[in-house]
Design a protein around this ligand. Sequence first.
Ligand code: PRP
Ligand code: URA
Length: 209
Amino acid sequence: MGQVHVLDHPLIQHKLTLMRRKDCGTKDFRQLLEEIAMLMAYEVTRSLPLEDVEIETPVAKCTAKVISGKKLAVAPILRAGLGMVDGIVNLVPTVKVGHIGLYRDPETHMPVEYYFKMPPDIEERDIIVVDPMLATGGSAIAAIDFIKKRGCKSITLMCLVGCPEGVQAIQEAHPDVDLYIAAIDSHLNENKYIVPGLGDAGDRIFGTK
Ligand code: PRP
Ligand code: URA
């Protein structure tokens, strides 16, 4: 079963509370999401392998550590996942970015695919799939299905807010995928929105409502 890491760092929790408030405007919401994504990426990349290199400081020669040639990619689920990309890119500037276009059908709540573009060597990369919201889990499950079909074997899911239903669904559908998340809220309401959640993440990032 994939591991679930709830990132309870005080900075992440404080910023998330600011985002949840209904009077948090688009500019602040976007900035806070980017900042949290950077803090979360710090944890997601914690187990990247290191290797020794020989260097020379102004004082002496020594052996020091660098990240050893691990190939990473980040794959936002459109639209809302886009709000988490820059935070990761700021921390790992060489990361490649793929895009997975999905939206939830408002009637059926099922994910509908409309775009898919990944780096060509996706099967050699560790992919971090990002989406702020894990509600029913349908979108994340479908996104991971797509990238597995293209040959990717190493996938991590990074979300901001989820609920027990979504966490259980992703664990059942993709038991090999670890989840990093800032909060697991109470439940889904009748419209499949997370309670208390933060509303519609895409609309709040892009100011479309
Ligand atoms: C939201 C969110 C997730 C999805 C979560 O996207 O960003 O992708 O819903 O719900 P689920 O776990 O039940 O699938 P939405 O479909 O609203 O599209 P948007 O990002 O374009 O606003
Ligand atoms: N998508 C969102 O943006 N928010 C929710 O609470 C559920 C799905």
